[in-house]
Design a protein around this ligand. Sequence first.
Ligand code: IMP
Length: 425
Amino acid sequence: MPVDILVGTQWGDEGKGKLIDVLTRDVDMVVRFQGGNNAGHTVEIGDKRYVLHLVPSGIFRPGVACVIGNGLVVDPVALDEELQGIEGKGFATDSVQLSNRAQMIFVYHRIADSLNESGAATKIGTTGRGIGPAYMDKMRRTGIRAIELKYLDSLAARFRAECARYNRLFAASGVPEVDVEAELAKVLRAAKRLAPLVCDTVYSVNRAVKAGKNVLFEGAQGALLDIDHGTYPFVTSSNTVSGGACTGGGVPPQSIRNVWGVIKAYTTRVGEGPFPTELFDDTGEKLRQIGREFGATTGRPRRCGWFDAVASRYACMVNGVNKLAVTKLDCLDDLDEIAVCVAYKVNGVMTTEFPASVAELEAAEPVYEYLPGWKTSISAVDCAEKLPDNAKKYLRRMAELVDSEIAIVSVGPRRDQTFAVSSLS
Ligand code: IMP
């Protein structure tokens, strides 16, 4: 049963979109299983750069079925716009399937998202896409699912009722109310276009698995943003780890073959929250510029820091990562020496375990090991054997620290700047 899952092992933005695009050479179906249009997956083909938010990264490979699974929160207006944008660039979108069980995000979720952020004692730094409020409605059982896109009368009635409920909350907070009929008109326009894509993806995915097709589950964000395993409360509102693929895609655990963990050669984070290895100096700025570390969804500059093996080892353990894909190794080309965080000192006590407490993470002093840089451009390297010795040494140390094997290395944003690794000796 060839089902693979690909997840991020840091705070997102590890380069998953590119890896999925590379892996989909051999794949029949790509399934998103959590999150929403808070994700921004960048794929570079030739000299063109595409950013996807909801549509699975298999969309650029003809013949690959692209599934938006039941675990997502989907803004129908945003999805409609994204599909139109993809078609405008000359790619077909008829391979997209939208789960009838996926929850929908509406304008009132986006307003509630910014309202929560503006009044909160703990600001999360969300993407403002309404993700948290939509998942809250799912859990309180007031959400509206994508199946309603096929039943416009009932969709309109439920939308009006939810708007009325939210408008009462907004009025109490002094926030302008939603213009219900104008917003409904936008939703209904999107519904007409999306309705034919709505289907029971749990059946289509399981049929593909049963038929022996290659199915790839595409994670969004990263393990350290997982609602249970991340740096709570500075997290997103879904299970980003591999286990989320079973609930958010509807496949049983025993169908999983490999879990690919995408790991950037250094660490970044967008939004608020603890980040023990964050750099506030010239090296941090250099990584931001060289790595083009600006959010694909919001354009916000990403916080940059050294590779944190304590955090990523926890992520690999929870995900069951058995294959690592290291991205952006080339961004370290210029450095004389490279620091790797191998432990934390928390209130004077050394630990190699990732603390659950934000207070402990904020107090954590990284314990660094220093490795020599390779000081040469590797962006044209096309196999592991041609990597400089110090780059191989760095990769070997990363793999050892997170207790997994490196199977792919990426040395640039293009499809062709990626190679499989069988040995790093
Ligand atoms: P939300 O998912 O918009 O609720 O945002 C919650 C946190 O997750 C914020 O810190 C965001 O910056 C972060 N986040 C959400 N999506 C992504 C992503 O795709 N990459 C990196 N960070 C993300």
